[in-house]
Design a protein around this ligand. Sequence first.
Ligand code: GDP
Ligand code: IMO
Ligand code: MG
Length: 443
Amino acid sequence: MAVLAIIGAQWGDEGKGKIVDELSMRADLVVRYQGGNNAGHRVVHEKGEFAFRLVPSGILFPNTTCIIGNGMVVDPKGLLDEIQELQSQGIDTSGLFISERAHVVMPYHFLLDKMEEEARGADKIGSTQRGISPAYVDKHARIGIRMADLLDVDTFRSKLASILQQKNRMLTQIYGQPPLSLEEIHGEYFGYGQRLRPLIADTQAMLHDALFERKTIVLEGAQGALLDIDFGTYPFVTSSATMAGNASSGAGLPPHSIDRVIGVYKAYITRVGSGPMPTELFDAAGEEMSKRGHEFGTNTGRARRCGWFDAVAGRFVAQLNGMNAAVITKLDVLDTFPTIKICTAYQLHGKLVHSLPATQSDLAACVPVYEEVEGWLSDTSNICNYEDLPRAAKSYLKRIEELLETPIALVSVSPQRGRTIQVQDILAEPEFDSRYPRNARRF
Ligand code: GDP
Ligand code: IMO
Ligand code: MG
């Protein structure tokens, strides 16, 4: 048994999907705990390519139970489409469940996401326009619709009627849009609820049982720590808590049940959408990263901004998450670089800083201080053992490890399943666990 939280440690798209897929072979349950279909997690293996948006990346293993946790916001139509796509690719989705407490992304959330972005003009966040922010706003304003609400025709109608009055005032009076129809939305979304009914479950109870049965659980983060609502590069962030601190409440597990927190970093860094990014490159090196790394959004197809590895932001994230180990992905993308830079500090208003400033104006003013190391100029994409990596690649990883103050457990060298070098076994049984003793009596 081990409970692992796998989090994105940069601005998203670090390769979480690939790593979670590989760990899922040995996991009994995989749970997404936040976000919605703003996520795009790509998994590549012999059966084809899969882009998960809402479904946890463990679904490719038929014996792994996958849970869409209570901390998520779910577009039911998007989910039904995703399930349909997976089934048409020959994937058994019978192990998928949705928390009855997960919030529903409603049609007005999509519209408001779009309208709010347009209204921001030059200050736009660059949202994925999947209705994520308006859905979390309603959750916290206590006017959200949850998956369980979709199942009762009358409760759903009365909640929707009262919410829609308010939303229609906003749409018509502020944004000059036509009002939405209660009958149409009620009919359509009640229909989705009926189709999803067999999957909607008390997933917290499933997880509680799994803990006592000493099962292995992987908590799959979406987005990345630098997009976290509290500690990310606010306001250019997503609207959920992306870090390990939220993995327990977003999944429905006690905080102390998490044995290890694993952060996934690219060997460089990327960002989609607006906001400061100190190590961003606007030169040939950035283009090379973009081209070799195919840095285009899995979900939206937008070009990702590319830059050198930012160890200041990296260490900030490692500390906040109490990271037990790091995974470095896409090392192979750097195979052609004669020299590689690592950002070890920022210069801000004439001073050296080693942590992430709180304001976006300060972050935008940060000038990275680089250390330059030699590249390895050879193909790493077929290497299976750490010892076989070129000397310069090992030195690069060692330096990142030192700067993050976190051991590296896995190094990914290709998008293909299995092309991940294991340095440590992150799923190993914890040495001593008094919390969930085998044969514990339950009351
Ligand atoms: P996620 O959102 O964190 O799951 O990451 P994405 O799936 O959005 O983006 C990561 C991309 O990099 C995907 O297209 C993966 O197939 C690909 N990828 C993952 N690991 C590696 C690697 O080690 N090398 C290369 N070249 N590509 C990788
Ligand atoms: P995965 O899970 C990269 C970014 C958007 C935008 C900001 C807010 O694939 O790593 P939102 O739609 O959430 O309100 O957008 O967050 N963003 C991501 N960037 N990877 C993601 O997910 C992202 N999800 C949201 O581009 O800048
Ligand atoms: Mg992604």
